[in-house]
Write a protein that binds this ligand. Structure first.
Ligand code: AMP
Length: 291
């Protein structure tokens, strides 16, 4: 595995991979502190492609709280070791000055309901501007055939798909299911910042989603009822969600009943750590979530 820090080196390495016969290149963009969720994306990329590029960049422009950026876990040596075992060919780990050199003045901004709802409402428009800008820069730098994203960040996935279509970037965007710990908590680099007590309270998030799913399977279709089921579970662990939304999975428009697939998305702070999770309702049992 080669580690490169500049787009120039990245392109040179990609040229040699291609001339050595790598026809399909897969990209997995991350902010590091790799966990099983990231590794599941890398496995998907490995299965589909001849060469895999992992990017690790804690993108300052998508953080709307300086304390969150400062506290974001960073361990490049451990990440590089995991990447190597996951079969990564090229690790792109740029400095901030490489991605945002002096004079940088361009922002990719996806406007409208996709970025105004949910995370956009909670974190402000700068968050998705930061995401869309850095992901477009990564897609342009790597010119990958496919890039892999987690359904855990369902809204981010929609924003990336919109940006890709609007800018005409040919890379295929692949969604991968949410990887969870055995107790149900969605894996996140931020979980490392939870105390033992906070972690057990955080389990109310997947429990609330499971309770919604169970109510749905019992035949409950009304969002008002499903919301009450989730809130009861969250509040029993003293979690007050920043949002608990039932929305159309492609447009993020709020719905009142589960007649078709509906995305149930939740964000909640547990201590100082903000966690998000989601689940797709209204699909036939047994159908995979990423459909
Ligand atoms: P991050 O490093 O948190 O920015 O995440 C990098 C990529 O990994 C994004 O596409 C995330 O959606 C994805 N990801 C993060 N957590 C998980 C998870 N638990 N399961 C699947 N994908 C994930």
């Amino acid at each position: 595995m080669r580690i490169v820090r500049t787009v120039r080196e990245l392109r040179a390495e990609l040229r040699s991979l291609r001339s050595a016969g790598a026809e399909r290149i897969g990209l997995v963009p991350t902010m590091g502190a790799l966990h099983e969720g990231h590794l599941s994306l890398l496995r998907a990329a490995r299965a589909d492609n001849d060469a895999v590029v992992l990017s690790i960049f804690v993108n300052p422009t998508q953080f709307t709280e300086a304390s969150d950026l400062d506290a974001y876990p960073r361990d490049e040596a451990a990440d590089a070791a995991l990447a190597e075992t996951a079969g990564v060919d090229l690790l792109f780990a740029p400095e901030v000055s490489e991605m945002y050199p002096a004079g940088f003045a361009t922002t990719v901004s996806v406007r409208g309901p996709l970025t105004e709802a949910l995370e956009g409402a909670g974190r402000g428009p700068a968050h998705f501007d930061g995401v869309a800008t850095v992901v477009s820069k990564l897609l342009i730098a790597v010119e990958a055939d496919s890039a892999y994203f987690g359904q855990k960040d369902a809204q981010q996935l929609l924003v990336v798909r919109r940006m890709k279509a609007d800018l005409g970037i040919p890379t295929r965007i692949v969604a991968c299911p949410t990887a969870r710990d055995a107790d149900g908590l969605a894996l996140s680099s931020r979980n490392a910042r939870l105390s033992a007590e906070e972690r057990s309270r955080a389990l109310a998030i997947p429990r609330a989603l499971a309770a919604v799913r169970a109510a749905e399977l019992r035949g409950e279709r009304q969002v008002a009822e499903l919301r009450a089921v989730a809130l009861e579970v969250l509040q029993a662990s003293e979690l007050e969600p920043e949002y608990l939304a039932f929305v159309e999975p492609d447009t993020l428009e709020e719905v009142a009943a589960v007649e078709r697939p509906v995305l149930c998305a939740v964000a909640a702070r547990v201590g100082a750590v903000r966690l998000i999770d989601n689940m797709l309702l209204g699909r036939e049992p047994g159908r995979p979530e990423e459909d």
